[in-house]
Design a protein around this ligand. Structure first.
Ligand code: AMP
Ligand code: MG
Length: 274
């Protein structure tokens, strides 16, 4: 007897527009019936799909695709870029890591630096952190008053609506780990010399604000998951599942664009190469 085909992770993990998200209700260790022992092969298949789809996307030069990665410290944003994005030809792919804004960036509106980095037609643009920091770290640390950041959810939705209505496909991935998992990953960063560079003492202060971050993320997920620019909550305690889920969701998304190799614009029917 063959097992029923599991439901697409793209449907299972998407946040329906308007849903009030409570992260406490979402198990970061969930694997939706997938198993570790078959995950390696499944991931390889997912990455192969991604490679072939991106090749066509790049050749076609029609669709910009924006992938937004967010998550609390040590949730696996960098690791996801490393593992999943290896499927892509770097020529058609850009990665932007958004850091503390520079003075020039701060002298502009908060979306200015973001808009400059959005992908062009045929490109996949990956945001490692994003404009959402302006309602996350900025809110948790009171960098601007509530009267300012609270307006940003609507502004962000309007900005993303501008992008999607002019042809960009947006996929937003929230990597969800729990506090125990973060402790283990921080500990590994302390213990392993090759990982130390990733650890800053400031990470401990951020960890103390865990509940504030959860509240801020819940508002982001509840207010900014739209039909055209959905958020996905990726259970990320298990890295193998996280990678599998990301590859699967991205491949399904690219597939729905049905990218095609463009026909030649010249008549090549009588060409003889001597
Ligand atoms: P990392 O991703 O570990 O390289 O760290 C980047 C840092 O930049 C994080 O501490 C973010 O919170 C911070 N950051 C990113 N965007 C903003 C922003 N708009 N305002 C303040 N801090 C930010
Ligand atoms: Mg960091």
């Amino acid at each position: 007897m063959s097992a029923a085909k599991p439901r697409a992770l793209r449907d299972l993990l998407r946040v329906p527009p308007g849903e009030r998200v409570r992260l406490a209700d979402r198990d970061p260790g969930e694997t939706h019936g997938r198993e570790k022992k078959t995950a390696v092969d499944e991931l390889a298949l997912g990455l192969e799909r991604l490679t072939s789809l991106q090749d066509r996307l790049w050749a076609e030069q029609e669709h910009p695709v924006l992938i937004v990665l967010q998550g609390i410290d040590a949730a696996g944003k960098d690791g996801s870029v490393r593992h999943v994005m290896t499927a892509f030809n770097p020529m058609g792919c850009t990665v932007t890591s958004f850091k503390v804004p520079t003075p020039v960036e701060l002298a502009h509106d908060y979306l200015w630096r973001v808009h400059q980095r959005v992908p062009a037609k045929g490109e996949i643009g990956i945001f490692n952190r994003s404009h959402y920091e302006d309602v996350l770290v900025v809110r948790v640390h009171d960098i601007v008053p509530k009267a300012v950041w609270s307006k940003r959810f609507d502004q962000i939705n309007a900005f993303e609506e501008l992008l999607t209505s002019t042809g960009t496909t947006i996929v937003k991935l929230f990597l969800w780990i729990d506090k125990d998992e973060q402790r283990e990953r921080f500990q590994a960063r302390l213990d392993e010399p090759d990982k130390r560079w990733k650890f800053r003492l400031g990470d401990l202060d951020e960890r103390k604000r865990w509940d504030d971050y959860v509240e801020a993320f819940e508002d982001v997920l509840s207010r900014c998951s739209t039909e055209q620019a959905p958020w996905y909550v990726i259970p990320s305690n298990k890295k193998w599942f996280r990678n599998l889920a990301i590859a699967d969701i991205l491949a399904d998304t690219l597939e729905s664009l049905d990218p095609q190799y463009p026909p030649s614009t010249e008549d090549l029917s009588n060409v003889v190469i001597e």
